[in-house]
Write a protein that binds this ligand. Structure first.
Ligand code: TRP
Ligand code: SF4
Length: 353
């Protein structure tokens, strides 16, 4: 995976030791439940690589979760805990990255409010994912102020850390474009304050779920990071395959098989080639093919499982991660807000000084 070093916006952040510019990234995920392999391939795997190359801020976007789940909020605390355990067990490293909870840093709300003052409603209404989601998510009233303003909150998340880059998937590009437009508008009204963030497009393979549809929590077709080895096999074993392979001797087409789709993401190239040839010539059976897939998925899940046990045994550690992360994030956020208030000529506690 190769982060693209596209054109550069804004001043790089100097690292004290050697004066080489260290670029900064920020990204977040809504705590919508346990992470599955699709989330891993779509975001976490990249973050874990990127944290070695960038000064990284990763946060759990709990306020964002409220934009669609404001009625029943009973699961949110548990979802946050699960997400944090998933992140760290997979290899997101609190010593390398600043890992925090959005709502621990109130400056997100302050900047959201100020940005909302300069953001035309028409910019939000024309956001393609606004109408899409309103149509897709049924049974919930999404004609709320907060849902319309989702991309403004997201812009605040990004601009608050003066991020150079934002690792996101394709679906988030319209939001990021809005963050850039808002940054330009701030500059236009108040002078330069924050750089325009550039996307760092995550190569996202289309990961299929157990039933051949896109892997998604709402389809109940996921393999979760926190699944036990037994659960993983019990999910993969009965997976549908190419319907042409009725008998063991019938050749198949891997292109029509969701098991092979998972091989393409989790198995090394030579194994993929073996499975492909074995399937087409009926020299391998589906159960063997699935067993081999399971061993390669387990190369990721088994170490994560072990780490999870350690994390849960170490009382107080996860709370401490969030506390320290919030401290670091807050320091950055407060610096930005000072600049924003100054640029906007807002009072900053020094009105009569
Ligand atoms: N909107 C993102 C998603 O649904 C989550 C998110 C919130 C985010 N704030 C962000 C991503 C800031 C990147 C930067 O996946
Ligand atoms: Fe799918 Fe593998 Fe069976 Fe081919 S051998 S149909 S790729 S499970």
């Amino acid at each position: 995976m190769h982060p693209d070093h596209q054109s550069q916006s804004g001043p790089p952040h100097e690292s004290a030791a050697d004066e080489t510019p260290v670029r900064r990234i920020v990204s977040g995920i809504q705590p919508s439940g346990r992470l599955h392999l699709g989330n891993f391939m779509g975001a976490l795997k990249n973050w874990i690589e990127l944290q070695k190359l960038y000064e990284s801020f990763f946060f759990i976007a709990d306020w964002h979760a409220l934009t669609t789940n404001y009625e029943d909020t009973t699961a949110i605390r548990e979802n946050i805990r699960e997400m944090l355990v998933d992140w760290i067990s997979l290899g997101l490293d609190p010593r390398q990255s600043t890992i925090f909870l959005q709502s621990d840093v109130l400056e997100h709300a302050e900047l959201n409010l100020l940005l909302s003052m300069v953001t035309p409603v028409s910019w939000l209404e024309r956001n393609p994912s606004y109408k899409d989601q309103q149509e897709q998510i049924k049974g919930r009233d999404l004609s709320t102020f907060g849902f319309l303003g989702y991309p403004v909150l997201m812009s605040a998340d990004i601009l608050l850390y003066r991020a150079d880059h934002v690792p996101v998937g394709l679906d988030q590009l319209p939001h990021l474009e809005l963050a850039r437009e808002i940054a330009r508008r701030l500059r236009h009204f108040y002078g330069p304050i924050v750089p325009e963030p550039l996307p760092l497009l995550t190569p996202t393979p289309r990961l299929l779920g157990l039933d051949g549809r896109k892997m998604s929590k709402s389809y109940k077709n996921c393999i979760y990071i926190s699944d036990t080895a037994g659960e993983v096999w019990e999910k993969i074993r009965p997976m549908m395959t190419d319907p042409a392979r009725v008998r063991r001797t019938d050749p198949g087409d891997p292109g029509k098989c969701p098991v092979f789709n998972l091989h393409e993401s989790f198995s090394p190239k030579n194994v993929q080639q073996e499975m492909d040839a074995g399937c087409r010539t009926a020299s391998i059976g589906c159960i063997d093919c699935k067993k081999i897939l399971t061993t390669h998925i387990e190369k990721i899940l088994a170490p994560a499982r072990e780490k999870r046990h350690e994390l849960l045994a170490e009382k107080g550690f996860l709370g401490q991660v969030l506390e320290e992360g919030a401290k670091k994030a807050r320091a950055e956020a407060q610096r930005t807000m000072k600049d924003v208030r100054q640029a906007m000529r807002l009072p900053d506690g020094n009105l009569f000084a």
